[in-house]
Design a protein around this ligand. Sequence first.
Ligand code: ZN
Length: 70
Amino acid sequence: MRTTITVFLAAFVLTAVGGMAASGDHSHMWTKIEERRTAEGRVICTWECPMVSPNHFTTTSGYGYCSHPQ
Ligand SMILES: [Zn+2]
């Protein structure tokens, strides 16, 4: 019984770590691909990171400017 639970947990952890390696274990290199300005003066930027496949995106926003993603 205990062995079954241990194997189950090991498989679960391996799956979780594998999923993170695919998308999160690298240094992002954000390139701004879009900048929109709303009527209220808010700037919304879309950034693309091509470091892993598939490319992933993030957005930042602020009043007057948009900050670089972390
Ligand atoms: Zn990235």
